[in-house]
Design a protein around this ligand. Structure first.
Ligand code: SAH
Ligand code: SF4
Length: 371
């Protein structure tokens, strides 16, 4: 480990963590608020410019800390305005981040890991295998970088990134502590002040992680269901063999109850031609989700070379949606954005150097040592 990477990256500290650090250094709690503002409101990266902070504290930061975001390797803009950044993580691997502008909002899709160990059959990130976790500073750093960059592109918008989804590369709940700290900073008014309803953690179904969310956060939750029965889900989303649908839905229900105030879970359902989009699948799904507080988001498959799957035609997508709507569900179909720059869901690849699928993360979760 070089000296730089051994330093504490202040971008990943929650207000609470920063307060504890400063208390150890004999500083008053309000200092943490001042430092948070320098970091996340004023985007400062030079400690010496923290003018309302004591010289002694500035020197401590100088000697022991860094303020470092991922580096931009390249940036592409789609004809529909979607932007994709290829970023260099602090460990040197490439990750991707996508911004999707709409009239009244802007959604930033951030990565939580370099690659992913879970090997869902339709996902190009999964095909790359797992390389490493991102640290909290790298996850928050993506939002920080995007906010600053985008302010120049949209000077008239008061807030450019209104929503954050952890739907880029990686499985957020297999990088629990870093993701939770990052989400905390994103939702903190002294961080980025994004509403809890507008920060969404998407998981393929890491049940112990969902249970642990209950005590940890009140961010929004999305689950990647993708199949209405265990036999089919075992094939498409292999983690289902470990945590089958009934367990997954029970954990989500408990999370939704804990959120209270009529908030629902988003159920993501990819549509793969001739695999999971037939009328019987829609009927099974309607049956399965009966009484479950959710909205359903259908995602027509985004193809990538060698995937072996196809996107169903728009008629089939519409028919699938209609069946669910007539069964009483709130259903949206995700519009494909940024396809010309490979920025659509599941097309995020980055460049994972170590292609081994490390099962260690799985084991860590299974014996309950996360968090
Ligand atoms: N690991 C998390 C979050 C990242 S994936 C998860 O699986 O939920 C974000 C979303 O993109 C998931 O719903 C995932 O299933 C979906 N996805 C993956 N590959 C896709 C593809 N090729 N086309 C469309 N959606 C895809
Ligand atoms: Fe990992 Fe999500 Fe892709 Fe599955 S869909 S391989 S969990 S990133």
């Amino acid at each position: 480990m070089n000296q730089e990477s051994a330093r504490l990256n202040l971008l990943g500290l929650t207000q609470h963590q920063l307060q504890s650090l400063l208390a150890e250094l004999g500083e008053k709690p309000f200092r943490a608020k001042q430092v948070m503002k320098w970091l996340h409101h004023r985007y400062l990266d030079d400690f010496q410019q923290m003018t309302d902070v004591s010289k002694k504290l500035r020197q401590y930061f100088e000697d022991h800390c860094v303020i470092k975001e991922p580096e931009v390797i390249s940036e592409k803009v789609s004809i529909d305005g979607t932007r994709k950044w290829l970023l260099k993580s602090l460990s040197g691997s490439a990750i991707e981040m996508v911004f999707i502008p709409e009239n009244d909002r802007g959604t930033l899709c951030v990565s939580s890991q370099v690659g992913c160990a879970l090997d869902c059959k339709f996902c190009s990130t999964g095909k790359q295998g797992f390389n490493s976790d991102l640290i909290a500073a790298e996850i928050v750093g993506q939002l920080r970088l995007a906010q600053r960059d985008l302010k120049e592109v949209y000077p008239d918008r008061k807030r450019v990134v209104t929503n954050v989804v952890l739907m880029g590369m990686g499985e957020p709940l297999l990088n629990f502590d870093n993701v939770i700290a990052a989400v905390d900073i994103m939702m903190d008014d002294l961080g980025y002040g994004i509403s809890k309803r507008k920060v969404t953690i998407s998981t393929s179904g890491v049940v112990p992680g969902i249970k642990q969310l209950i005590e940890t956060t009140d961010a929004s939750l999305a689950i990647s269901l993708h199949a209405p029965n265990d036999a089919l889900r075992n094939q498409l989303v292999p983690i289902n063999k470990k945590y089958p649908i009934a367990e997954l839905l029970a954990a989500c229900k408990a999370y939704a109850v804990n959120l209270g105030d009529k908030r629902t879970i988003t159920v993501e359902y990819i549509l793969l031609d001739k695999v999971n989009e037939q009328p019987k699948h829609a009927e099974q799904l309607a049956e399965l989700l009966r009484g479950f507080p959710c909205k359903i988001n259908l995602i027509p498959f985004n193809p990538f070379p060698g995937s072996g799957y196809r996107r169903p035609g728009s008629f089939a997508v519409k028919a699938f949606k209609e069946r669910l709507v007539s069964a009483g569900y709130n259903v949206t179909v995700r519009t494909t954005r940024g396809e010309d720059i490979d920025a659509a869901c599941g097309q995020l690849v980055g460049a994972v150097e170590d292609k081994t699928r490390r099962q260690a993360q799985y084991k860590k979760i299974a014996i309950g040592t996360i968090g």
